[in-house]
Design a protein around this ligand. Sequence first.
Ligand code: OAD
Length: 248
Amino acid sequence: MEEGALLDTATTWVEQARHVAVLTGAGISAESGVPTFREAQTGYWAQFRPEDMATEEGFRAHPRRVWDWYQHRRGLLAASQPNAGHVALAQFQQRHPGRITLITQNVDGLHQRAGSTGVLCLHGDIFADRWLDTPRNCCHIDHAVAGHPPYCDRCGNLLRPGVVWFGEPLPYATLEAAQQAARVCDLMLVVGTAGAVYPAAGLARIARDAGARVVIVNPQPTELDAVAHEALRGTAAQVLPALLSEAH
Ligand code: OAD
């Protein structure tokens, strides 16, 4: 089928769906100027090793290097704006309260800044900090001493970014809610993710096995293409406004 016909079919599925679940990844923020992870050359993992920058062991080995990288990413995000893809999802939710569940692997807060509410953030929030080790009575985030990273001046506990690193469990209630949305939706949109990281990527299979249509929005092939009924090969900022337009 040609692209226009694929879009028409997917648009009909959106119109028919009582409940739409959307799983987003780094690609939805690419057009806001935020680098993705796995793309050749431009992705963060082309420059850094995930085990250095996105594991507890990497942070303990080089806390300054890892902290400074997250500070750099926070600065980049503070200067970025949600794009037409984020906005299309937020506006759809405003027009159809209760009909969409937005699940994201992103830690960038751009969905929320576009106006989406109740976003299920599977991998945490880059703007939140938490203690590396179990906090003691002396550990108060408000009193942490500035540093790279900030620390508790009584016991030396370090602050770390509030994101989920490799080898760490996802927030339990958030994952449960996402899996439930995948089980009950009629349509799942999988937007801007390579589909390489589990359990997030497994949501598409849960939705498909439960009888939902699965549609990918991604300019490139993904590891979830075999799970999907259709793949719309465009960017999030191009495809989502067309797919979720005012017409429905
Ligand atoms: P990846 O970097 O693995 O994949 C990004 C995807 O976005 C690719 O499939 C691109 O083709 C696609 N893409 C690029 N530009 C796009 C655009 N304008 N519109 C739509 N799609 C576009 O990112 P994720 O799949 O999100 O986890 O990665 C999953 C997790 O791995 C991340 O949450 C992060 C990472 O390591 C942790 O750090 C724990």
